[in-house]
Design a protein around this ligand. Structure first.
Ligand code: DAH
Length: 338
């Protein structure tokens, strides 16, 4: 018996408690009611009477040793948990940045919804465009100043098949009319490029939304009604429009359209330069030459068209002072449109 106790003592002293798992294994082996030490206590019955006090004392010492070792190891593990990095639950949570629609895309989305509801469909064309579609078929004379290097970014020039970055979305009209027979009722949004000095009012890349309706008996009155309906839905029921005679090579007659200033409602202020009006688009009746260039007989069909700047409309709608804010990608600006 004495020998078993000594052996067990050596075993306990040698037992390495290096983890919570080994601590538990230690406990199950030595300290539980059916453990090896408890077993020895049971055997005390069979020990001769005169040896009982001595064996009892040794067993008690063994038990205390085993328990003391357990307690020391246990506190060691508890302390190591406490020294783990503390979580401060009062700290504000980490903020996740969600992307949001760019204001220009928002405005474009609204424009599309309004025109789709009026029966228009969407068409698109390439940003790298034939000079022929960007200018010639739109009835620009060969010496028109808009072809000048100052306004147009040329991709290829001088070999008879000039290629440009389109300066407006109007060439998509040509592509549509070459591809489809009337009736045509299309909106054509997209990016356009101009070799212009960047300022608070102009960028060298921006978006336009082109409109085209070609059918039998289309009149300027149809154009006005369509644009009025659009403007009221887009900018509010109180808005008024003003058609000013103008000139574009691809329309005749042509007009520029102003809406009442968003800031002063037409009274005159800093934004509208005291006029009460802000220009939003150019429009007109499709020039007979343009129809002819696309194989459409101008004696049978007529059409109207318009082109408007989407950035421009975005500035008007949200009262943004500088067009460059729209391209700077400053989240402090973009966040306001979440
Ligand atoms: N393409 C013209 C521009 O970029 C805008 C325009 C005016 C488009 C009259 C049209 C139109 O379709 O009929 O300034």
């Amino acid at each position: 018996m004495q020998e078993s106790i000594a052996q067990l003592k050596a075993e306990i002293e040698a037992f390495e408690i290096s983890s919570k798992e080994s601590l538990e294994a230690y406990r199950l082996k030595y300290l539980v009611r059916r453990g090896v030490i408890a077993e020895l206590f049971d055997q005390i019955k069979s020990v001769p009477k005169d040896e009982k006090p001595k064996i009892g004392k040794l067993l008690n010492e063994l038990k205390q040793l085993a328990e003391a070792k357990f307690e020391t190891a246990k506190t060691r593990f508890e302390q190591s948990v406490e020294s783990a990095p503390e979580i401060d639950l009062t700290l504000p949570g980490r903020r996740f940045f969600l992307g949001s629609e760019h204001p220009v895309q928002k405005v474009l989305g609204d424009m599309k919804r309004i025109f789709f509801a009026m029966g228009f469909s969407e068409a698109t064309g390439p940003e790298i465009e034939l000079d022929d579609y960007n200018f010639t078929k739109l009835n620009f004379p060969d010496d028109h100043p808009a072809r000048d290097m100052q306004d147009t970014f040329f991709i290829r020039k001088g070999d008879g098949e000039d290629v440009v970055l389109r300066t407006h979305t109007s060439p998509v009209q040509i592509r549509a009319m070459l591809a489809q027979k009337p009736p045509l009722r299309l909106i054509m949004p997209g990016k356009v490029y101009r070799n212009e000095a960047v300022s608070a009012r102009s960028l060298c890349v921006f978006h336009q939304l082109e409109g085209l309706y070609v059918d039998r008996g289309v009149s300027f009155a149809d154009l006005k009604a369509t644009l009025y309906s659009f403007a009221k839905q887009m900018f509010g029921g109180d808005v008024r429009l003003r058609f000013r005679p103008s000139f574009f090579p691809f329309t005749e007659p042509s007009a520029e359209v102003d809406i009442t200033c968003y800031l002063c409602g037409g009274k005159g202020c800093r934004v509208c330069k005291q006029s009460g009006w802000l220009e939003i688009l150019g429009c007109g009746m499709v020039h007979p030459n343009v129809l002819r260039n696309c194989g459409i007989d101008p004696d049978e069909f007529s059409g109207y068209a318009w082109g408007m700047g989407i950035e421009r409309a975005t500035l008007l709608r949200y009262g943004i002072a500088d067009i460059r804010y729209l391209l700077e990608n400053d989240v402090r600006m973009l966040e306001q449109f979440e």
